[in-house]
Design a protein around this ligand. Structure first.
Ligand code: ADP
Ligand code: MG
Length: 370
């Protein structure tokens, strides 16, 4: 075949394939858009595991009426303007392709009203084509309804699991975002039933208890002592050198004051609470959920000999670093990151975790009467 530029619909489906593998990926993009819009209430509704319906409603700042259609164009974004901006991304989105991708493989209805405008608009898109537009009576904020996801991608449909499995992925996702944003209220409605809700009062322990149950949450300890307002990095970098030596793979934390701080907070389970795999160790970088095997490993290593072989902790770890020191532009799904100083981050996570456990649980040889 001769070289040809792909038809826009084909290109859109390819892009969609990278961003949206399953309903949970679409849910993630919509939730992140709501967070970027400053929403304090984010409601996720699904039917049939998100295939029949995935709707995210927020009370964020909304989209100006004259930009609502533009939001569906590829590379259309209000969050990034220059290549230089790429080096310090402070929003969840920046690629301008989530709405475009989702709309290419579903029926989307966007209803939005910008906070400075007296009325709202509604735009309907099917398979990437705008099929309807008009004014809408709407409160300030945005509702994105995605119906019939992958209706035009039979290959993708085959890979979807049963509705309960897809719903489970979405529930995990919503809970992770709720953990990372205790000051926002998240709710999840599955087939008409409210299955999860955080109260948005800002207390991370409340969300932890909602997600893992009060009994489990009580067996998890905070990574920062006191009220958590200690200056970034200090708790982690100071007075833990004795541990750095005894742990395999750990190196002294960067004590160079010029280095920008790494702040590690969150919760991790006491050795009495374990799971059979690592899937309950959640890592967030600048409140973005990431899949980072190395940092998961840092958490596991922090337990050193404290856990039986084959048992793993539950943990919710928040790493905060200057946006310049982390590259999120690695994969379209934005769940992978690269750190400028990977070892220092690894070490900070390991130490903060270790310190938290040791503060609350004496090592077994000290706890047991000999
Ligand atoms: P990105 O988030 O990377 O900018 P998206 O395709 O997800 O790209 O969204 C495109 C644009 O639409 C965003 O930059 C934003 O201006 C607007 N937008 C999308 N969702 C919302 C929302 N829930 N609230 C306000 N604006 C939104
Ligand atoms: Mg986005």
């Amino acid at each position: 075949m001769p070289i040809q530029i792909l038809q826009p619909e084909v290109a859109a489906k390819i892009a969609a394939g990278e961003v949206v593998e399953r309903p949970a990926n679409a849910a993630k993009e919509l939730i992140e858009n709501s967070l970027d819009a400053g929403a304090t209430e984010i409601r996720v509704e699904i039917r049939e595991g998100g295939r029949r319906l995935l709707r995210v409603t927020d009370n964020g700042h909304g989209i100006p009426a004259d930009e609502a259609e533009l939001a569906f164009q590829r590379h259309a974004t209000s969050k990034l303007h220059t290549a230089e901006d790429l080096s310090h991304i402070a929003t969840f989105g920046f690629r301008g392709e989530a709405l475009y991708s989702i709309a290419a493989v579903s029926h989307v209805t966007l209803t939005t009203r910008h906070r400075d405008e007296p009325f709202g608009v509604q735009v309907r898109v099917e398979g990437g084509q705008i099929v309807g537009r008009g004014r809408a009576g709407s409160p300030v904020g945005t509702v994105v309804s995605v119906e019939h996801l992958f209706y035009n991608v039979p290959a993708r449909q085959k890979f979807l699991r049963k509705a309960a499995t897809e719903a489970g992925h979405i529930a995990n996702l919503v809970q992770r975002y709720a953990l990372a944003h205790p000051d926002r209220r998240f709710s999840l409605v599955n087939d008409g039933r409210l299955v999860f809700q955080s109260n948005g009062n800002g207390d991370p322990f409340d969300v932890l208890a909602k997600v893992y149950g009060l009994e489990n949450a009580r067996q998890m300890v905070s990574l920062l002592p006191g009220d958590g307002t200690s200056p970034p990095g200090l708790d982690v970098a100071q007075d833990v050198s004795f541990m750095a030596e005894e742990l395999p793979g750990a190196e002294a934390a960067g004590a160079n004051p010029e280095e920008s701080p790494v702040r590690v907070t969150g919760y991790t389970s006491l050795p009495s609470l374990t799971r059979a795999n690592r899937s309950h160790i959640d890592i967030f970088v600048n409140r973005r959920y990431v899949e980072d095997r190395s940092l998961v490993h840092a958490v596991v290593q922090a337990y050193h000999t404290l856990l039986p072989v084959g048992r793993y902790p539950l943990a919710v770890i928040f790493v905060e670093v200057a946006p310049e020191l982390v590259d999120v532009n690695v994969h379209p799904q934005k769940t992978q990151v690269r750190f400028v100083e990977e070892r220092r981050i690894f070490s900070a996570v390991q130490k903060a975790t270790r310190q938290a456990i040791l503060r609350h649980a004496a090592p077994p040889d000290l706890a047991l009467p000999s």
